[in-house]
Design a protein around this ligand. Structure first.
Ligand SMILES: NC(=O)c1ccc[n+]([C@@H]2O[C@H](COP(=O)([O-])OP(=O)(O)OC[C@H]3O[C@@H](n4cnc5c(N)ncnc54)[C@H](O)[C@@H]3O)[C@@H](O)[C@H]2O)c1
Length: 415
């Protein structure tokens, strides 16, 4: 959260950087809208082969942006410093490779690559080019999640014993195709517009939704999973799609306990032995009741997290913690819409709600952070290509498990 506060101040110090956006569909336009609010950004070009999307992207980017239907031409003719890549998953690798070869910094939407092999290859290229590279997993920039990470780091939750997360929606993901079924172009346009529904262009719910939440688990636990068992099916939207409409996963993580910093309360039950944390994840497309959130369960307390709200509930542990003289026995609240009041020492807030300025938009915040890193030539972005590789491997292993109907072990990632 401290980084975010610095980012907001830093925006004004920066020289504008020349950015191009490749892929001006739904997400590309969100990103363009956010970029136009950042003083330090000049959008020089937008690119999309699909006319209506290119037109909309250009409308948002403004009349100074040039338009292209071929990204290589864009790179050649406009020589941007940085490029935002928001194309369908199966094209992330090819386009990022070309952008890196053109010497640009890259902001690539999640999930970073369709396959682990591609992700490994991309990490090697990013390292070889010494490029600034950030993956669009925006919870890493979200003030609530950053505060949660600090609370975990300082031991407020005790030992994390489980994480439960889900993203439940009620929609079919299908987008309208601009020609009627039976038209000669229908199949091709359907594949383009509905790339999420087909297996050769999509890793389904795990990639489109789960990537965000498993990234939170990897980040908070400080390690990738050891193994996963997952199951899922096309049990409701039987409309010709190839990706599953519901998924349930159980990951196991082996966590090495951190030693408490000087002056911090030791974590209950911690010894030097690694221990297992189970992370459950579920995604549904036929019931939205529980929405999208994560519960981080610890021996001292529980965090409920979502993009706009976070709540912290303390466990009552009279034998280990004396809460008797504290006003906040019940729950401390991390809420949205308040002034930023964060500290490196979350304990400093005891007795009062945690207040986090999450009126800010995490998509904008992640872009502000990216722009700063580009300006400063700082490769340590909030979500590096290596984080993107770990994320992609975490997702792909769950899909493998579903396909094979067996537990899949984590494979070492060299590269
Ligand atoms: N971080 C988030 O919260 C978030 C949210 C939604 C989508 N996404 C990600 O953003 C990416 C795009 O998703 P979307 O919903 O915008 O899809 P979309 O289908 O709405 O848009 C993709 C666009 O890319 C264009 N495109 C395809 N090939 C191209 C190429 N070679 N060059 C330039 N443009 C090309 C398509 O014509 C389309 O307009 C995906 O990776 C998705 O997972 C991230």
């Amino acid at each position: 959260m401290i980084a975010q506060a610095e980012s907001v101040r830093g925006e004004e110090r920066l020289e504008p950087i020349r950015i191009a956006v490749i892929g001006t569909g739904a997400r590309g336009c969100d990103l363009i809208r956010a970029l136009t609010t950042i003083v330090a950004v000049k959008i020089v070009a937008v690119c999309d082969p699909y006319g209506p999307h290119l037109e909309r992207g250009w409308q948002y980017a403004g009349p100074l942006a040039r338009t292209f239907t071929d990204h290589r031409k864009l790179l050649d003719e406009t020589k941007p410093q940085a490029v935002v890549v928001a194309v369908p998953l199966a094209s992330h690798f090819d386009i990022c490779r070309d952008v890196l070869d053109a010497g640009c910094a890259v902001f690539c939407e999640k999930m970073m690559c369709y396959s682990v092999e591609q992700a490994r290859n991309l990490v090697a290229r990013v390292e070889e080019k010494r490029a600034v590279f950030q993956v669009g997993l925006q919870r890493r920039a979200n003030a609530i999640y950053r505060q949660a990470a600090a609370m975990i780091q300082t031991g407020m939750l005790g030992r994390i014993t489980a994480i439960q997360c889900q993203w439940h929606r009620h929609n079919n993901w299908r987008r309208p195709v601009p020609v009627p079924r039976g038209h000669a172009d229908f199949a091709q346009l359907d594949r383009q517009r509905n790339w999420r529904l087909y297996r050769d262009s999509s890793q389904g719910l795990m990639a489109e939704l789960g990537a965000h939440q498993l990234d939170v688990a990897n980040w908070f636990l400080g390690t990738p999973p050891k193994c996963v068992f997952a199951t899922g099916g096309i049990d409701y939207w039987r409309d010709g799609r190839e990706v599953l409409d519901n998924i349930s996963c159980l990951y196991e993580y082996e966590v090495t306990p951190r030693k408490p910093a000087r002056g911090q309360t030791p974590v209950v039950g911690t010894n030097e032995e690694p221990y297992t944390v189970r992370v459950s994840y579920s995604s549904l497309q036929n019931n939205a009741f529980t929405g999208a959130s994560e519960l981080i369960l610890g021996t001292h307390g529980t965090l409920f997290l979502s993009q706009k709200k976070g709540l912290f509930y303390r466990e009552s542990l009279p034998e280990t913690i004396d809460w008797s003289n504290r006003a906040d026995k019940q729950a401390s609240v991390v809420t949205s819409g308040k002034t930023l009041k964060l500290s490196n020492d979350p304990w400093a807030h005891h007795g009062a709600p945690f207040e986090i300025d999450s009126e800010s938009d995490d998509t904008r915040d992640e872009l502000v952070s990216f722009v700063e890193h580009v300006q400063q030539g700082d490769r340590a972005t909030i979500c590096s290509a290596r984080d993107g590789l770990v994320n992609a491997a975490t997702i792909v292993m769950a899909n493998d498990s579903i396909e094979k109907r067996q537990t899949v072990e984590w494979l070492p990632l060299n590269g």
